[in-house]
Write a protein that binds this ligand. Sequence first.
Ligand code: GLY
Length: 341
Amino acid sequence: MINRRKFILSSVFSSAAVLAGKLAASQSAPRNLKGNPLVISTWDAGLSANRAAWEILGKGGRALDAVEKGVMDTESSINCCVGLGANPDRDGFVTLDASIMDEFANCGSVAFLERIKHPVSVARRVMEKTPHVMLVGSGAQQFAIAEGFPLEEQKLSESAQKAYTEWLKTSEYKPVINIENKGHGPSAPSQFENGEWNHDTIGMVAMDTNGNLSGSCTTSGMGFKMRGRLGDSPIIGAGLFVDNEIGACTATGQGEDVIRVAGSHTVVELMRQGLSPEAACKSAINRIIRIKGDKAKSIQVAFLALNKKGQVGAYAIQKGFSYAIRTNAGEKLIPAKSFYS
Ligand code: GLY
């Protein structure tokens, strides 16, 4: 009997040869893909998030709507990672960060937000309804409530509760490489079959049928972080950046080191200088490795980028990062190249 994991793997990869051929053709013969929407997002959870985004992109909708709806899928996952059931901070509270950016360089973000199910949608309201870019903490929560978002009860998933109880025994903070993908998705270890999730971020960038770009990023941040800690995801230019003339990038992994190099902005600027998305991601990763020296061996950061020609690319410090792509030709999960293999 085909189990769920094998079934997903076979459905994802049965069309891989055809899709890979079409994707390779699009990459070797770059052209403006106006009329050919595409969406990419981080980790295995991106497959499901891309499907949600495709409900909009596939009908000719706007990339901005697609990237919001796409990551809402992940925020809604009952046992997941970036939403209310995620790993809490050291004091036991789940605090959420999110950002969104459109083709006009409009952007919005929220950080240190508690008890709101869809931080990415609050980030969009900040962008569309306030003169500001970023709201944090109780101010962000008050704004969300005023905008009609219900105040939810925090409900740690079983795995988050278990992990937190375990963590309390030592209260030691050590970032875990690829924790974003541990326990879910086709390439995840066997916990996935038990429905456990244990990770932190989804970033998504998309191009719509008009050739316009948008991006979103949403996270619970690092499990057992210090109270008040923010990562890269809500910081425009770090966890997410979109320049509709050039391309878009999102980041995942240890946010502190993404912020250090203004990661997503750096990748977009490197694409502006003519680098392909993969080369730009690799160059930004190399910059982090130069700064961190030997300490880079124990951290994970990955960038995922899309340029205006519809070319995509990614690069990570450690192996194990994969991204999901959806185009008119189908969907696929692609393992990224990495500095350490
Ligand atoms: N990349 C997510 C975080 O560091 O919070």
